[in-house]
Design a protein around this ligand. Structure first.
Ligand code: GLV
Ligand code: GLV
Length: 347
């Protein structure tokens, strides 16, 4: 609700600031939230150092003009209605936005933004490589054994891994992150196959990579890395059938979304020895991780930290905040997910 308009002096110019009510679902690293306050808005930040519950969120959003939310929040049509008709911008502090019902937002003419900067995408691409290297060279397993006192001197047959050179990396989803992962494969002299809706001749030329239909990619890749967003089409796209098409002894890496993989089927493929290993940063039912993954030596499980770098968090904070400031100021923000609503957006 726009309750007050104030004229403010900024660098000698008079600018109109609409004072808005903003709710932030969790404190984020860095100082950017201060900018919302400095702009004269009424800002409330969730007091909890944990994800806010849906019940708490429904209460907190009542009457807000802008919502800064995290990927752990479920922002559906009911929540938008609970906020009220004055809710005019949703800023999701994440690259992925499957936690926001975009159709519901568009139906209500509410713009939604995400934070897909180079810094974040590169952080995810680098984490993907950390996982590829770690699963190939059994880094986590070896480190654990060493810490338990297991290192008794050089041995010819402990922790035998696999070279990357000459191997094939299959990238499913050649968006910005997938492209950054592909670019780094050159340094390891790997062959790269990719799959997306349409072949991308420009990327092929620039990166020396090759399009492959999904079945062919799965059959030929030694490492398969997932970089698709979670949609109805990609939900459980890695399942019993697609896992069976993967090369025996190959590895699966997931820094995308847990629900892209049917975890029960993955566990079976790991237990049977069909897959050589899996390195996961995301899970079907976060924050719960199927205990079977934790008990298997050939899995690596990181706690959804692919974008957790100083640089990425800084940029995410900056984008999530400027999105709100721009939008409230009538300026089209960067990274609008549902661009089509902008012209007729809620005011
Ligand atoms: C993290 O998973 C993100 O989508 O930013
Ligand atoms: C993220 O921006 C992606 O396209 O994968």
């Amino acid at each position: 609700m726009v309750r007050e308009s104030t004229l403010k002096r900024s660098k000698g110019r008079r600018i109109l600031t609409i004072m808005a009510k903003i709710f932030v679902t969790r404190k984020i690293p860095g100082e950017h939230l201060e900018e919302l306050k400095k702009a004269g808005h009424e800002v409330e930040i969730s007091e909890f150092n944990r994800p806010i519950t849906q019940e708490e969120l429904v209460e907190k959003v009542k009457g807000v003009d802008a919502l800064l939310c995290l990927l752990t929040d479920r922002i559906d049509g009911d929540l938008m209605d609970a906020a009220g008709p004055q809710l005019k911008i949703i800023s999701n502090y994440a690259v992925g936005f499957d936690n926001v019902d975009i159709k519901a937002a568009s139906d209500r003419q509410i713009p939604v933004c995400n934070t897909p900067s180079d810094e974040v995408n590169e952080a995810v691409a680098e984490h993907t490589w950390a996982l590829i290297l770690s699963i190939a060279r059994r880094i986590v397993e070896a480190d654990e054994a060493t810490r338990r006192g297991g290192y008794k001197g050089w041995e010819p047959d402990i922790f035998i891994g696999t070279n990357l050179i000459g191997k094939t990396l299959g990238i499913i989803g050649l968006g910005r992150i997938g492209t950054m992962v592909a670019r780094r494969a050159k340094g390891y002299n790997m062959t790269v196959l990719y799959n997306k809706h349409e072949p991308d001749p420009e990327a092929e030329k620039e990166l020396g990579i090759k399009f492959a239909p999904l079945d062919e990619l799965l059959a030929k890749s030694d490492f398969v890395s997932l970089h698709v967003p979670l949609t109805e089409e990609t939900r459980h796209m890695i399942n019993k059938e697609t896992l069976a098409k993967m090369k025996k002894g190959s590895f699966l890496v997931n820094t995308a979304r847990g629900q892209v993989v049917d975890e029960r089927d993955l566990i079976e493929a790991l237990k049977s020895g069909h897959l050589g290993g899996a390195a996961l940063d995301v899970y079907d039912n976060e924050p719960n991780i199927d205990p079977e993954f934790l008990g298997m030596p050939n899995t690596i499980t990181t706690p959804h930290i692919a974008s957790a770098t100083l640089e990425a968090r800084e940029k995410m904070g900056q984008q999530a905040v400027s999105t709100i400031l721009d939008s409230l100021g009538g300026k089209k923000p960067e990274n609008l997910v549902n661009e089509e609503v902008w012209e007729n957006r809620r005011k």
